[in-house]
Design a protein around this ligand. Structure first.
Ligand code: SF4
Ligand code: SF4
Length: 336
């Protein structure tokens, strides 16, 4: 189904990733934004809690990565401080995901040595494609700042969220990334949550055939240009083992209102497994995502079956034609 040198990046046992949404505010209004103010609030994590929450999730016995996100995280004036604080605490890698606007002189205030990756979101190789999804003028600002970041010595990666609206242009990204000096290319599948769920998810989603036909080829092309490409596995091949990251790894998706999810697919619902209250991490009781992780079904991911059943197909006997993998399971193609 995929080129021979596509490698599935299995969850490492004990791996810990902290996805820290430091605010939910954003200067943009992308058509496929997954931030849901009803569930995630409109707060900004104050400086004091940035420190306390980073300390709360750091574990000196286990390697932990932190990814700062928003909203637009660079709108938070204390983000450079949070980056330095995370490094000092011993997080093994620190990443910032940005829409490219880099507010508050971000490049001038952060030392490239303190940030492992600065990741820009761009959804098209031209203003026509990208700005239709992310807003007028975004392509120009984002790509200009991306090139400034490369010139300033930052490790730059790029996230392209693939949907019906931009899949035909994905391959055009590779020469641009190569020219700009981008080191990692994250190809992300559109999630049916937030605005996408409200605006008719079926208009956005790809078929399995489209995904399998196009994505691995573009990833291979990127690898041939010296860029590491990472993309979700999505469909398991016959005989491949299904694993739920909620069971075998530790991923914490933290929101400013104190909700902590372990599965990003659950973020539109008040079923978060944990919450932060008075700077303590508390396991929620009652019906939470945690209960769903332990269910074994022939279709693979339980939450995909509940929320996105249109992703599934069955044979005449009612058996699923393929399993849907955990959305956190990735494949990687690295340069030879
Ligand atoms: S940049 Fe991110 S947070 Fe802001 S509107 Fe777009 S998808 Fe949402
Ligand atoms: S996406 Fe599915 S398999 Fe992955 S953590 Fe969520 S419930 Fe588990």
């Amino acid at each position: 189904m995929s080129p021979a040198h596509a490698k599935t990046v299995a969850f490492k046992r004990g791996e810990r990733n902290v996805f820290f949404h430091v605010l939910t505010a954003c200067n943009l209004s992308c058509r496929h934004c997954y931030i849901n103010p009803r569930e995630h609030g409109t707060d900004t994590v104050p400086r004091e809690n940035l420190e306390k929450w980073l300390t709360l999730f750091q574990d000196t016995n286990r390697e932990t990565n932190v990814i700062f996100l928003g909203g637009e995280p660079t709108m938070h004036t204390d983000l450079p401080h949070a980056i330095r604080f995370a490094k000092k605490l011993g997080y093994v890698s620190v990443t910032v995901d940005t829409n490219g606007f880099l507010f508050h002189d971000f490049l001038g205030k952060v030392n490239p040595a303190d940030l492992d990756f600065l990741s820009f979101s761009l959804d098209g190789p031209s203003p026509e494609v990208n700005d239709m999804l992310r807003g007028p003028g975004v392509f120009e600002t984002c790509t200009a700042n991306l090139q400034k970041a490369v010139a300033a010595g930052f490790n730059v990666s790029l996230i392209y969220t693939v949907s019906r609206y931009n899949i035909d242009h994905l391959h055009e990204m590779v020469p641009l990334l190569s020219r700009w000096g981008v080191k990692r290319f994250f190809i992300q599948v559109i999630g049916i949550r937030g605005k996408t769920a409200q605006n008719g998810g079926d208009k956005w989603q790809l078929t399995p055939e489209e995904w399998l036909e196009k994505i691995p080829l573009v990833a291979a092309e990127a690898a041939a240009h010296g860029i590491t490409a990472v993309f979700p596995k999505v469909f398991l091949e016959p005989g491949e083992k299904f694993e739920c990251a909620g069971r075998v790894a530790e991923n914490y998706f933290i929101f400013p209102n104190g909700r902590v999810y372990q599965c990003p697919l659950c973020e539109d619902y008040p079923i978060n497994g944990y919450r932060i209250a008075e700077n303590t991490l508390i396991a929620n009781s009652g019906f939470t995502e945690t209960r769903l992780f332990s269910l074994d079904i022939p279709e693979g991911c339980v939450i995909n079956k509940l929320l996105q059943p249109e992703n599934l197909s069955y044979d005449a006997q009612g058996s699923p034609l393929y399993k849907i993998s955990c959305c956190l399971l990735k494949q990687e193609m690295s340069p030879e």
